[in-house]
Write a protein of this length. Structure first.
Length: 459
């Protein structure tokens, strides 16, 4: 088992959390329609639903909040925010938004026409939904090793270069307005993308004249994996690796609620001035003035400081080490997980955990619900419940490559003791897995975002 890496910080403020009993949790689940998103947070003991916006800000960030300038246009915090994003990404134009999915919506509503294709290693749920909502076709092109939970590959988030070339050759750049790479690859198990792969994708995009963007939510975690696993980067600093990563792309969208370690915020950044006017116009319509984009000045300041803090190597060693520690505990208990562990979460292989439950009965969602019922732990399904959809032409159900349950660790929130409780609970449930039943969806069957609000029942 990997040794637990101590937290590189001291705790000075605490928030009480309370236990509930199994009977109460059963009632809560029934009232929630067996959808974990509907459970009140105060009824959750350990909340691993997401790492988005759930992190603990530093004393430096809280101090920055006190300097918030809430002027409507061009507050002083905007300039700090803009400088931080430009310094990290090298991009000329910075567009703030209140979170990442708005950046996605603004971008795709600006560049997409009906039937256009957007390749990615793996699209996450809101990215996919925003492409579909704007008439586009999201296409996942992760390498084959990224679809095998058991196989070790240091960069399972890599895009398949041959498949990308074939798609660009078949459809032409006129029907592909942008290529995306998600770093790290959330839907594929939080797996990193190598610098070599980013560079090769850039070369393919250049040959076909197509811009390349990052979904940059976890850029610092990706950079840490490059430093640890890729030849030639062990002596490079994290900021140096980050700047090289971004040097290969034309733009990015980012939810700052991940690697900027804030509770709200996001942005889009790019170099093409032709995008600037339509993006700003859309921003003003739905978010706010271009120097605040749906955020308060204090939020802009917290993001600016968080983007610097997240590149600290001691923090990243602890962050990635904490995920690895939980993964090691689960593996020691026989729990099937996606290997190797990624940067922000441990992913349980639901198909191997519950082999007696077929995919159309949502084994991952059954595991999620039962883990809350037994231990008060909230997680999320990343599999058939989230992604399986009916083909509009053939009516055939298309299932995702993987059926996973994600245990996402909020940044700087839980201790090793919390992780040990989680591991013990999952292992106990695994030993009694034969008694778990499948589930069915009661409503919103065909919505690409049904996992947020659909009601379910046990079979």
């Amino acid at each position: 088992m990997t040794k637990y890496i101590p937290e590189p910080f001291r705790i000075k403020v605490v928030e009480p959390i309370k236990r509930t009993d199994r009977t109460e949790r059963g009632t809560i689940l029934k009232q929630a329609g067996y959808n974990i998103f509907n459970i009140p947070s105060e009824k959750v003991y350990i909340d691993l639903l997401t790492d988005s916006g759930t992190g603990a800000m530093s004393d430096n960030q809280w101090a920055g909040i006190q300097t918030g300038d809430e002027s409507y246009a061009h507050c002083r915090n905007w300039y700090h925010f803009e400088q931080a994003v430009q310094s990290i990404t090298g991009m000329k134009y910075v567009i703030p938004t209140h979170q990442g999915r708005v950046a996605e919506n603004i971008l795709f509503s600006t560049i997409l026409k009906k039937g256009m294709i957007v390749p990615n290693n793996n699209h996450f749920d809101t990215t996919r939904a925003n492409i579909l909502a704007n008439g586009g076709v999201p296409l996942d092109l992760v390498i084959d090793d990224g679809k095998d939970p058991e196989k070790y590959h240091p960069f399972k988030g890599n895009m398949d270069i041959d498949k990308l070339e074939a798609v660009l050759r078949e459809h032409g750049p006129g029907n592909i307005p942008v290529v995306f790479i998600t770093i790290t690859n959330n839907s594929g198990g939080g797996q990193p993308v190598s610098m070599e792969n980013i560079r090769r994708v850039r070369e393919v995009c250049d040959r076909f004249g197509v811009p390349l963007f990052f979904d940059a939510c976890r850029f610092a975690e990706n950079a840490y994996f490059i430093k640890q696993r890729e030849d030639g980067y062990s002596s490079n600093s994290i900021p140096e690796i980050v700047r090289e990563m971004f040097s290969y792309v034309d733009g990015c969208t980012m939810s700052a609620k991940k690697d900027a370690i804030v509770n709200i915020g996001g942005f889009m950044a790019f170099n093409d001035i032709r995008l600037l006017a339509p993006v700003k116009e859309k921003l003003i319509q739905i978010e706010g003035f271009p120097s605040y984009g749906g955020l308060a000045g204090r939020d802009l300041e917290a993001i600016a400081r968080g983007l610097v803090e997240v590149q600290d190597e001691d923090y990243l060693a602890y962050r990635v080490g904490q995920v690895r520690y939980l993964g090691d505990l689960l593996e020691e208990g026989g729990v099937p997980i996606l290997k190797p562990t990624g940067g922000h979460a441990v992913y349980i292989n639901a198909l191997k955990f519950l082999p007696h439950i077929s995919r159309d009965q949502f084994p991952g969602q059954s595991l999620v619900v039962n883990l809350y019922l037994e231990a008060g732990i909230r997680t999320v399904e990343v599999g058939s419940f989230m992604f399986a959809q009916k083909d509009p032409i053939t009516s055939e159900i298309k299932y995702p490559d993987l059926d996973l349950v994600r245990l996402a660790l909020p940044r700087r929130v839980y201790t090793g003791g919390h992780l040990e409780y989680v591991a013990d609970s999952v292992i106990r449930l695994y030993k009694n897995r034969d008694g778990l039943r499948g589930m069915r969806i009661l409503d919103h069957h065909d919505s690409p975002l049904r996992h947020f609000f659909a009601q379910l029942s046990f079979l």
